[in-house]
Write a protein that binds this ligand. Sequence first.
Ligand SMILES: Cc1ncc(COP(=O)(O)O)c(C=O)c1O
Length: 381
Amino acid sequence: MISEKIRQIKPSATLEINRKAKELKAAGVDVINLSVGEPDFDTPDPVKESAVQAIRDGFTKYTEANGTPELKKAISEKLEKENGLVYSPEQVVVSNGAKHSLYNVFLAIIEPGDEVIIPAPYWVSYPEMVRLAGGVPVFCRWDENFKMDLGHLKSLINKKTKAMVLNSPSNPTGVVYDKKQICAVAEILLKNNILCISDEVYEKIIYEGMEHTSIASHSPEMKKLTVVVNAVSKTFAMTGWRIGYIAAEKEIAAAVGKVQGQTTSAPCSISQKAAYSAIKGGEKLYSGMIEEFRKRRNYLVENLPAELHYPVPMGAFYLFFNYRDMDSVALCERLLEEKFLAAVPGADFGADKFTRISYATSMKNLEITVQRLKEFTSENK
Ligand SMILES: Cc1ncc(COP(=O)(O)O)c(C=O)c1O
């Protein structure tokens, strides 16, 4: 009964770890959940208030399919002010989270058999979304800094290559591409006329004076080849509100709008009011959260056992480590069973000797985590 397309989709190794973690928790075991992919902070009060007001005002009907003019204008102003990118509101499409935006984009651009280059380690959903849209994911190796190996990238490009995904700051590694690296990638894409799907959802969660650079700001030519994807989800601790967006050339934005109009009608009206208030509120709404993430990251980097090897995260809220080249599924199972730590195997991210932990959890939990990891590494020398 089930289509081949859906049968092809890989079940996630993360789900099995989560299932076991829940089972242990229900049995009263003190499991520390390090698998979380969302800020552990609450949505800021002014944002909540705008949503309550929207409900009271009866702003509860379908909106324009691509998002309200008010929100699209706020996004276009944000892109100009914060990213130096000029997009008119008609080049913006608001969707139900960045994940939805990304899927709309893949549906809008992929012909059957088109190849999409995905640099590993990658966020789990990219390959599956590309496959669902009829495309073929092609994986680019990482270099010693966990950025894409540009030599490998060049060798992967062929007539079928349609697009490449860029995710900086990255989930799962936390690495951030600087201007020079963005420039090197842009030059390869420009030379070969390849679209860049630039997933910038972690742009504000960034440390030590690193600056987020959107590849669209490289040059007017590169801007034409880029689809900027962003969301209020991570920046404003609004994962449950489901608002993401794209900005792109008019032709692409119109195609994405067409997909959305026929499949979803519009993003949630109330959440759009909340997202408007978040984007207008800006930095003061999230700076405290970023400061807290920075403290936690510093604590981990200063205290994790030396046997764990990882790129020091410069953004997002994940740390991606290798421990004695152990297979990550086996390692995560042992961490859960022996130390009650729930982490995510890197196998899901295209790096099976690595494990992802999220520091979107309290400092107290991180202290216990460090303690238990120290015990584990000293018992397994
Ligand atoms: C790299 C990346 N892109 C996109 C998303 C999806 O964001 P949203 O919750 O807005 O759909 C996530 C969520 O984990 C992510 O890590």
